[in-house]
Design a binder for this molecule. Structure first.
Ligand SMILES: [Zn+2]
Length: 314
């Protein structure tokens, strides 16, 4: 073998080593995707808006959504709705269900009620400076639900992160902090810092659930920096751009982030429009697919344990 061929053969060996590594990685991913996660789920981003139940009649009345939760193994839900009546209806089902099948399914579901800040669509763009929203939150908190006290506020949106410094936004963050309410926030990474600054100890005490873990798509590195800075920040994963890659499995950098911070992520449906209810089974199956590609204890943490720990579920 002359030097030229020796060099070629070494290069080829290098190529084959690369191919072999790629095959090992692919077979690893293949094995991981073979079995979907089969344990309980906590849906950390569920809306039961008036369009869904429409005065209890439909198209997705309480019996229908309970059946969806049951067949998908969803044992707990973070519920919020426009208006709050939808959440109150779900929270009351355990004690007030009128039929036996409904009572049985309701007994199997733990509802974590959140106060929605919106009475109507117009409130989306004004809540952070509207004192009447603050008053509404106070009276709703005092009222509670038939299933127990409210556990958080949100989901709210900030389309301009500077509005995190609106007077009502600041007051609501302090209120949540004092009452140990969690916050479900659909905001960008800049607004996370601004919202946290309203809470005590530089935001280290505020239980903020970051809806979609940043809708504008901050990099996993930026997400990690925020997770490090705020020990109670949690990332909810619906509509998260860049989350999954081949065969519905996590992209490598997200997988690495979840392996490093298994206690900091939650899954959610975000049933903000009725179309999301119609695809609820597929959404949950999508989560089960990539959860199945994680080590079992990490999958179980993200699927259920983290939400259960946050809200003291059994
Ligand atoms: Zn939402």
């Amino acid at each position: 073998m002359d030097r030229h061929h020796q060099g070629l053969s070494q290069r080829l060996r290098g190529v084959w080593a690369g191919v072999a590594l790629a095959l090992i990685a692919a077979s690893g991913a293949g094995q991981a995707s073979a079995e979907a996660y089969g344990g309980p789920l906590f849906d950390a981003h569920m809306h039961y808006n008036v369009e869904a139940w429409d005065g209890k009649a439909g198209p997705y009345p309480p019996a229908d959504v309970l059946a969806r939760f049951a067949r998908n193994g969803v044992k707990g839900v973070l519920s919020n709705s426009r208006p709050n009546e939808g959440t109150r209806i779900l929270a009351a089902l355990r004690s007030e269900a009128t039929s036996e099948p409904l009572r049985r399914e309701a007994a199997d579901l733990q509802v974590v009620p959140f106060i929605r800040l919106y009475r109507n669509r117009a409130d989306y763009d004004n809540w952070f400076r509207d004192e009447s929203i603050y008053s509404m939150v106070q009276s709703e908190f005092a009222r509670g639900t038939a299933g127990g006290p409210y556990r958080g506020i949100g989901e709210f949106h900030l389309y301009d992160s500077a509005n995190a410094n609106g007077p009502v936004a600041a007051k609501l963050m302090r209120f949540a902090d004092q009452k140990q309410l969690a916050v479900l926030a659909h905001v960008d990474d800049v607004a996370i810092d601004l919202l946290m600054a309203h809470a005590s100890d530089g935001g280290r005490t505020l239980r903020l659930i970051w809806a979609h873990t940043g809708i504008g798509g901050p990099s996993p590195q930026r997400v990690e920096a925020l997770l490090q800075r705020y020990p109670l920040l949690m990332g909810e994963l619906s509509y998260r751009p860049g989350l999954t890659c081949d065969q519905g499995q996590l992209c490598p950098e997200w997988r690495a982030l979840m392996l490093k911070y298994p206690q900091r992520f939650l899954i959610g449906s975000d049933t903000w429009v009725n179309q999301r209810w119609s695809s609820y089974d597929a959404l949950m199956q999508g989560y089960r697919t990539w959860l199945g590609g994680l080590p079992p204890e990490v999958a179980r943490a993200i699927a259920w344990d983290n939400g259960a720990a946050l809200f003291g579920l059994r």
